[in-house]
Design a protein. Sequence first.
Lengths: 164, 806
Amino acid sequence: MTTKQRTTVTVNGRVYQREVEPRLTLADFLRHELHLGGTHLGCEHGVCGICTVLINGRSARSCLTLAVQADGAQVTTIEGLRNRETGELHPIQQAFVDEHGLQCGFCTPAFIMTTLELLRDNPNPSDEEMKEALGGNLCRCTGYENILKSVRLAAQRLRASSAA
Amino acid sequence: MATELPRLPEQLPTSSVRYVGKEVKRVEDPALVSGTAEFIDNLTLPNMLHCAILRSPHPHARILKVDASAAEALEGVVAVITPEDVKRWANAHVTSPPGWGTHCIAIDKVLYVGEPVAAVAATSRALAEDACELIDIEYEILPSVGTANAALAPDAPVLWEEHGTNLIQQRTYNWGEVDRVFAEADHIVTGSFRWNRCGANPTETFGCVCQWDLTDNSLLCHGGYQVPGFWGLARSFSLNLPANKVKVVSHPQGGAFGGKGGARGTDIAALLSRKAGGLPVKYIEDRMEYLLAGSSQSWDRHYEASLALKADGTITGLKVKLLDDQGATTETYGTISVAKPLAAFTGNYRIEAAQYDTTLVVTNRAPAAPYRGYGPPPHFYVLENLVDMAARKLAMDPAELRRINYIRPDQFPYTIPSGNEYDSGNYEAILDKVLKLADYQALRKEQAAARAEGRLVGISVVNTVEPGVFDWNAYATVGVQGVGVPEGARVSVDILGNVTIVVGFNLQGQGQFTVAAQVVADYFGLDMNAVKVTMAPTDSAPPHFGQGGSRLGVAITGAVLGACQKLEADFKRVVAHLMGGLPVEAIELMDGKFRIKANPAIGMTFAEVAGTMLGRSDLLPPGMEPNPTATSVWTAPGRNMPDDQGRCKSYLTAASATHVVMVEVDRETGRTQILKYFIVDDCGTRLNPATVEGQLQGALAQGVGAALLEEYVYDDQANPLVTTFADYLIPSIHEVPIATKDFIVTPSPVTPLGAKGCGEGAMHTTPAAVSCAINDALAPLGVQITETPATPLRVWKLLKQAGAAG
């Protein structure tokens, strides 16, 4: 064990300050220090993408990021998406429900976080662009078809609401 | 009480079915997309400790010494368990056939890399892992058995000294006059096939939190348990507890596909809790542990197989000789995967005689586990490749050769030579539909044009039967006893008419909670949001099994319908009494209303009756309990004990699918690209069509993995060479083709609402279909790939051999 380091991370708009071991991953920090359990772990060696969160707006694997590396960063997780007042699902979350874009749901938060980044940068992606963006996320249940449909529907709804 | 369950959705007591058979949104999903579902690693109990397991680095070695003193002395370590503790407190795992199970921690010797040898509970997982590094184990390395063939060599090292042999079981089944049909055949095609290990790899590994109550001497296990009651029973054997002192709480699971496992992890966490004075202990398997020695590896098979045909293409006989590497132990029920093909041995075909010669051996590889399909997927890979080889030999179109051998619609129910009865089907209608969907003739023209350009393009038309709704009787041939798999539901109505359905299993991805809610909502004319489905722990759940064997959608439908019928009968008694003492038969249920048949305008709503039962006991018929609750437990009807050749009515339903696949093999690299994919399937009534389609596409993805990418590679000394997702290649969005799909509906005549098991689905068909398409592409070169997965290297070697590689 080594000396703990003070780490300050803003997660979903709220500032958290903790003393953490340098070896603590951001994923474990979110899950076990902050009790934000929606970010899941699939392999812990950076392949499956199930731990994806946004760090300063960019998708990143929280299993390969140390908590101390996120010191001073803005992190967005699945818990930050739903409307806090009404409980209403984010349009991307709702699209995954509507298009059956999940089965067991374990990889789903990561797909949604990746989609959030994709549609922010590219509101009208082609199928190839979607695949390119989602290629780093593994899903063992769905065979990806309904995930693609969900992303298409989410894109369409988000474009419609921003045009309105 | 009615005894017959509705055979079709139209027979439900409603004038217009609103949910069953319609695409409904799943009740499971809002929590899952929000990240709030309580997967096991999200559970924290007060004073909880964390477990890490030290595992064997050797495939085969004697344990000479275990010294855990340095680990025990580390600050933050609360308990360490070693072979001594396990000898004192635990038993070897129960297996079928019996006697091939080890303890949760190795005693005396290790049989595979990754076998647990000690475990630590500490205040954090990181500390527990630090402590594992301080445990000193002295091994005497023994020669190991690396392959199934090596296991049977006369001088092979013996893993299990008490058995004196590496042979678990050898058994040959003869069904019909096999020798005669082969002697009388005009053509015999023969092939050797090798199916290498692949496996489930759910995105969530196994995890549990166990707490031993030292006062009550009982055990509480929270975890990702696929089959909670069964696992509880198994713990009672392994941990010397009465079964009713083991309480299992199943949490939502991030997939399982049969390969979630958890027996060892649970026993280890439980014993650590016992040693730690009853503090709860969490164990979360990491991905490397899962890949190395979780229930991750399945189907390690060597096949020799032959098909006998008449000159006109009639298939008359099938012989399959299987050498199956079960790994070091049989504790994860890999043996069942050898027995299950009996349920659909001859596939879609009328084949009068068959032989199955099975040899099961132990080696120093990890124990073999169940995986989606549980045995038939490799079997169909063999059978369908043989049929394509026959088509080439007879110069027949592979689709037409299949067509002339199909079991015909008027032959159902149809008993296959290996004894199972198929309930219904229409294979020719499926074939016609998929050939049209794919525009098969156009595909063949496209292929001819590509070949003319020197491209290696191939097409397959492959069909399989999916045995659905498993029964234990199917596995008697490997020592599993019993007939019947009970699945229960308890349906309760509150005073305002809201319904709660209690079941014995938890979420795993297939949407069975939604199915249960659909059925009740249609039965009593409710909105689906008036129905809540919840899981009860094993100490309060009705008898149950859980997910497995393409069974739960059908089974839970039967259980829920049975409970609805009991409630209906009670509610009718209340209404008949309140309507001036009418006979119960004068009341009918329709669209949520209990009304007088002769005067349908008069009656009571579902909520009014429930409210009366719970709030106005003065109005109830004399002696009636104020209890609008009913429990029903369903099991497949008509199952029987197997005969001496393993023949019995085992799987209740026979779904079927035909896939048409077009691939191109790259001459330069041997890489296969799937160009087009078409599926038509028939699983009877589709209870929630979107869920069925999702299962199909998901199983297709796993099939592509098995066919092209996924393999647990070992060296010849049984050292695993695949331990991360960088080596074990799960298909990504770039590798999985999106199939064009359609379906037909031949309702099952023997299940509630006519649904058939469909959860394993395309896993039966895709590996065979992709492989047959590759072999069609390679056919002009005179080479065939008969080993899975068809990696670029394997295919390139064949191209090189044929002088065709770049």
